[in-house]
Design a protein around this ligand. Structure first.
Ligand code: SIN
Ligand code: FE2
Length: 216
């Protein structure tokens, strides 16, 4: 374990532009990795992953949970943010500093200062799970960016434009990579191709994605 963390610290930070207002950051995660993963495990114990149902009645292949003062939920009644976990009837676990600080740091490097998300949606992909092209548009404050942190198995991220019919570009997201999109890219269509089979040395046979949103 220790050797793996030391190895990651050697990755030099890099910044790739995906679109106007959208960047992919690599190598800014290593210093906080151990804390973040320990905090993630505690959150998932308190609010376990579950497969939510879309308003059209489709059960999502990605399992989800949340932390923060608001959580994103979907059921037959629609998509919304809710302070209460519908499974436990309790508030979602608080957003730990290891999560919030990383999100703020990443947003700043993406050109968005003072990012203060209330919500962190936690997505779990096992091999075969995918997320169809969609826009993140359930937030009232579209002035704030989306910050998306990838952990575990690599994935193919599809990043498009403001229209669903524009062909998305493909980007490989690996453990520790962070995508930030806002401003002119805030409502860009995006999704994740079906996850390939694999075993990650730290996270095992899965990919976890943390998506930070300023809701209000
Ligand atoms: C999302 O759009 O909510 C998830 C994106 C990802 O898993 O990288
Ligand atoms: Fe999204």
């Amino acid at each position: 374990m220790t050797d793996l963390f030391a190895g990651l610290a050697d990755i030099r930070p890099s910044r790739e532009v995906m679109a106007d207002g959208a960047v992919l950051l690599r190598g800014i995660f290593a210093a906080t990795e151990a804390d973040l993963i320990a905090d993630l495990r505690a959150i998932v114990k308190q609010a376990p992953f579950r497969h939510m149902v879309t308003p059209s009645g489709h059960t999502m292949s990605v399992a989800m949970t949340n932390c923060g003062s608001k959580g994103w939920v979907t059921d037959i009644g629609g998509y919304r943010y809710d302070a209460i976990d519908p499974v436990s009837g309790q508030p979602w676990p608080a957003m730990p500093p290891s999560f919030g600080d990383l999100a703020q740091r990443a947003a700043e490097q993406g050109g968005f200062k003072g990012f203060a998300p209330q919500a962190c949606l936690i997505n779990r992909y096992v091999p075969g799970a995918k997320m169809s092209l969609h826009q993140d548009k359930d937030e009232l404050d579209l002035g704030a960016p989306i910050v998306s942190v990838s952990l575990g198995l690599p994935a193919t991220f599809l990043f498009g434009r403001l229209s669903r019919s524009d062909k998305p570009q493909k980007f490989r997201l690996e453990h520790g990579d962070i995508a930030v999109w806002g401003g002119p890219a805030r409502l860009a269509f995006h999704g994740v191709a079906p996850l390939a089979e694999g075993e990650h040395p730290i996270m095992g046979r899965q990919r976890i994605n943390l998506t930070f949103r300023k809701v209000m």
